[in-house]
Design a protein around this ligand. Sequence first.
Ligand code: GLA
Length: 385
Amino acid sequence: MNTIKSKNNIMKNTLVTALFAIVCVSCGSSHEMSDKENNLKNFADGKFLVGVALNSHQAAANDENIVNLVNRNFNSVVAENCMKCEVIHPEEGKYDFTLADEFIKFAEDNDMHTVGHCLIWHSQLAPWFCIDEEGKDVSADVLKQRMKDHIHTVVSRYKGKVHGWDVVNEAIEGNGDWRKSKFYEILGPEYIEYAFRYAHEADPDAELYYNDYGMNEAGRRDKTVEMIKNLQSKGIRIDAVGMQGHMGLDYPSLSDFETSIKAFASTGVKVMITEWDMSALPTINRGANISETVDFQKLLNPYPVALPDSIDALWNKRMGEFFTLFVKHSDVITRVTAWGLTDEDSWKNNWPMQGRKDYPLLFDRDYEPKPFIMDLFNSGCNNIN
Ligand code: GLA
């Protein structure tokens, strides 16, 4: 973004803030929104934390506009990539904390609640982690030791600085089967227990989370509940379930998502929406063959300039409905984190094809809040308690 545009946006944001203060005063609300700057962080104050995933460029804090935008709107941060195994532990015995340290510095400098993401995940895993020098799977004992070293080293380094860890990410398939990752193949499902135990040993005060996508699916929901109960029965700490919340215009349904919130909460753990975004583009099956034909490119990337008004309205309506659902369950939901700051930053622009233009986040490419946020402030004066 160029500087003139940034300044214009800051002025526009200030104007928007002032306008909302007037709207809320005229509502006569007991929320006293007039005293507060209008943003999701303040709006959700007392309900849940509002977080954002930062990429390493943002966490380097070289751009004042980014730092201000994050501070104005969020009170929790998570690193998008730099704490993943392939980055932080690229070779056996060799750690690289450069980017993770920078992220933690950002979090401390800006007094943010901080989430560590993620300790054990089959994807973005350093290639050496589960194999020996000949490329064969390591033994169960070796893998346990590697997991222990990795988790102890990373968690200890940020002890007292990271408030909660995504300990295990994506261990369960949609139909309720265990994901056949290397961790599962070598150690069985017990690898999950080991991971939580090692994390707790390294920082007994840190919260520990299980995190997964597609949590609206019945099979994954039921298996997750079973897994939580198993950990609890063995006295292993688990504080919350992270529902990633990568959504589209046609999935998940509000009611399936709500059923899962209730199911997880019924086990006694908290619920977090950990990677919230909503693609505005047509849903493409993961298995889709990404053809290079012009027609197919158009199908995949239908709005390369701007989102049509009708789709924009649909997107904002759904985002508002989900946010309202989160507020409704704020007795059990303790954090809602967006997976990226602005539309420009989202991984969705490059998945499943490089160069798609998507519009999935809370702020647009000009750093403007999306309309659903403003609608929430208006309706929130009356009916969100
Ligand atoms: C998963 C991971 C995230 C991120 C997203 C998409 O949800 O948990 O770290 O990689 O995929 O990029």
